[in-house]
Design a protein around this ligand. Structure first.
Ligand SMILES: Cc1cc2nc3c(=O)[nH]c(=O)nc-3n(C[C@H](O)[C@H](O)[C@H](O)COP(=O)(O)O)c2cc1C
Length: 147
C-alpha cells in the first residue's frame, strides 16, 4: 500500500490534534502514514501519496492561508497526476465552520475522490469527534488499499 499523507495547518493545536487522530485510525490499516504541516508539504508529497487527508482551521470562514498556499503551489505541478486520489477533509472551527465550502471546492478542482462529508470539529477534538476522525482515517486507508 502506498503512503497516506495527512496535511494540516494549526495555530493553537486543535487541527494538529485532529490530524493525529486521523493518522491513528489510518495506522490501524496502513503501513506508512505521514503527518505534515501544509507549509512543509510540496507537490512531490502529493504525487507520491496513495491518499490524502487535508485539515484546516476555519479562519474568517475560509481555510487557513497555509493550506490555500499548499494547494496554490501544487496545482499546476500535479495537474493530471492526482485525480481520483481518495481524500478526507477535516475542519476545526469556533462555531461557524464555513471554511468547509472553500476546501471542498478546491478538492473538487484537484478531482480528488472525497470519500465523506468533511469531519467538523468545534475547537479541540473530544468524544464523538475522536471516533469520527479515527473512522475517517481507517476509511481513507481502506480506499487507498483498494485504489
Ligand atoms: C484568525 C482567526 C479567525 C477565526 N475565524 C473563525 C471563523 O470565521 N469561524 C469559526 O467558526 N471559527 C473561527 N476561528 C476559530 C478557529 O477556527 C478555531 O479555534 C480552530 O479550532 C483553531 O484551530 P487551530 O487550533 O488548529 O489553529 C478563528 C480563529 C482565528 C485565530
Amino acid at each position: 500500500m502506498s503512503k497516506i499523507l495527512v496535511i494540516y495547518h494549526t495555530l493553537s493545536g486543535n487541527t494538529e490534534a485532529a490530524a493525529e487522530y486521523i493518522a491513528q485510525g489510518a495506522r490501524e490499516i496502513a503501513d506508512e502514514v505521514e503527518v505534515k504541516l501544509a507549509k512543509e508539504a510540496d507537490a512531490e508529497d502529493l504525487r507520491s501519496c496513495g491518499a490524502i487527508a487535508v485539515g484546516t482551521p476555519d479562519y474568517f470562514s475560509y481555510m487557513a492561508g497555509m493550506v490555500k498556499d499548499f494547494f496554490d503551489r501544487t496545482y499546476y505541478p500535479t495537474q493530471g497526476q492526482v485525480a481520483g486520489k481518495p481524500c478526507v477533509i477535516f475542519v476545526t472551527h469556533g462555531g461557524g465552520g464555513r471554511a468547509k465550502d472553500s476546501i471542498q471546492s478546491i478538492c473538487d478542482s484537484f478531482e480528488f475522490d472525497v470519500l465523506t462529508g468533511p469531519v467538523m470539529i468545534k475547537n479541540s477534538p473530544e468524544g464523538e469527534n475522536v471516533v469520527s476522525l479515527k473512522d475517517a482515517g481507517r476509511k481513507l486507508a481502506r480506499a487507498c488499499d483498494e485504489n
